[in-house]
Write a protein that binds this ligand. Structure first.
Ligand SMILES: [Ca+2]
Ligand SMILES: [Ca+2]
Length: 200
């Protein structure tokens, strides 16, 4: 009868030499005279987000990559990039109908979450992960996209004069030890004026 599923194996029936994808669903559409019309749904295999790795720190220009779920079929992809952990529509950018598994985006300073939806005309699959990344320039305490003496002043103001913290803690944490302290001020001065290493 219409709507009935005829065939939906969940594992490879290898014993008879069949190596097709698992999870195929054959659903009856209609039976007219002696002909049976059915839809065949072939699932999209699992795929992973590749880069950036989870919890990466990348200033501004980010290249997103993900693995190929099905090399035998051209799929389309929607890339979701959000400042919301639950991908609230108001804070989510959706780059849709991508044919490539790579996308370059320019992000403002902040913490982001990202995931990918792969699909064809009849079926979809989400990436196996949701990842986070920080778009931040280490040492840029005042969030103006460059590291200068103004950042030293900003940190001194924050640490000793009750000034505001950096937009992201990681921006002020120039030596990447997880805290914003006077050692970051020293690190920045060393970098800016004494040829020391740049913020990590
Ligand atoms: Ca700055
Ligand atoms: Ca630090």
């Amino acid at each position: 009868m219409p709507g009935q599923e005829l065939f939906s194996p969940t594992t490879y029936p290898n014993s008879d030499g069949y190596y097709g994808p698992s999870g195929i669903i054959v659903r009856v559409d209609s039976i007219i005279n002696d002909k049976l019309y059915a839809y065949i749904y072939v699932p999209i295999p699992a795929f992973s987000l590749l880069t950036p790795v989870d919890s990466a720190f990348i200033p501004y220009n980010v290249t997103f990559n993900w693995s190929d779920p099905n090399p035998w079929e051209q799929l389309r992809y929607d890339l979701y990039v959000s400042t919301s952990k639950i991908f609230n529509p108001d804070s989510t950018s959706i780059y849709d109908s991508l044919l490539s598994r790579q996308f370059i985006d320019t992000l403002a300073t902040g913490r982001y979450y990202w995931k990918v939806r792969a699909y064809n005309s009849s079926i979809e699959r989400w990436s196996s992960q949701i990842r986070t990344l920080m778009s931040v320039l280490r040492g840029d305490a005042n969030n103006d996209a460059k590291v200068t003496i103004a950042d030293v002043v900003y940190l001194v103001n924050y640490l000793f004069k009750g000034g505001p913290p950096s937009y992201l803690l990681e921006a002020g944490d120039a030596n990447c030890d997880g805290n914003v302290t006077v050692s970051d001020v020293i690190y920045l001065i060393n970098y800016l004026f004494k040829g020391g290493p740049k913020p990590c």
